[in-house]
Design a binder for this molecule. Structure first.
Ligand code: FE
Length: 217
């Protein structure tokens, strides 16, 4: 059984950029439902995987689409909570140097990130990723899709583009949500730890494993 990864801050910690109502619904209803459905599907198949990443990898592409969607959405949301911080912390050190070489400056990265998210058709996610810590890319993925199955790609940040993520606070203004998200919530200390892991070949962020998560709960 996978447990619902907890929010790493209070429901109102990201207000006014994201309201407590949005966070409560998003975490306690949307995210919780993905985790519950994932556990039900695994129970039906009598499977008890060691970690969530394996479930995502083995069901991507030609695997079980329903299992993939719920596993990846469980993972993506937990990664999204980590991608936000109530405390501002500008990118510095090695990530700042990489932003400069890949995009010129932070403002240009912001433009690319907001544009990729605003232009994305339908539901999905906009990511800042690196390949082995050598490059930086902004990509958008559809629905539940993520970069977990791609061994050479490490995500640094993600922003949720599904309407449930912003509609109560921004209605149809996805671009304004993305701008506010990037300026006020993006967690550069988390992005830096992901980049360091990609460069050193160390462990990047993982979803809480079923056993340890159960003990923690
Ligand atoms: Fe969501």
């Amino acid at each position: 059984m996978f447990t619902l990864a907890p929010l790493p801050y209070d429901y109102d910690a990201l207000s006014p950029t994201l309201s407590a109502t949005t966070l409560r619904l998003h975490h306690d209803k949307h995210h919780a439902t993905y985790v519950k459905t994932l556990n039900n599907l695994l129970a039906d198949k009598k499977e008890s995987p060691r970690n969530l990443e394996d479930v995502i990898r083995s069901n991507a592409d030609n695997g079980n689409a329903k299992l993939f969607n719920n596993a990846a959405q469980a993972w993506n949301h937990a990664f999204f909570w980590q991608s936000m911080s109530p405390t501002r912390h500008a990118p510095d050190g090695e990530i700042s140097a990489l932003i400069k070489s890949a995009f010129g400056d932070l403002e240009s990265l912001r433009e690319a990130f907001v544009e990729a998210g605003a232009d994305h058709f339908g539901s999905g996610w906009v990511w800042l990723t690196t390949e082995r810590g050598e490059t930086l890319n902004v990509i958008a993925t559809h629905d539940a899709k993520d970069t977990v199955p791609e061994a050479s790609v490490t995500p640094l940040l993600v922003c949720d583009l599904w309407e449930h993520a912003y509609y109560l606070d921004y209605q149809n203004e996805r671009k304004r949500y993305l701008e506010a998200w990037f300026d006020a919530l993006s967690n550069w200390s988390f992005a830096t730890s992901q980049l360091s892991a990609a460069r050193s070949g160390g462990d990047s962020w993982r979803y809480p494993a079923p056993d340890s998560a159960a003990r923690a709960a």
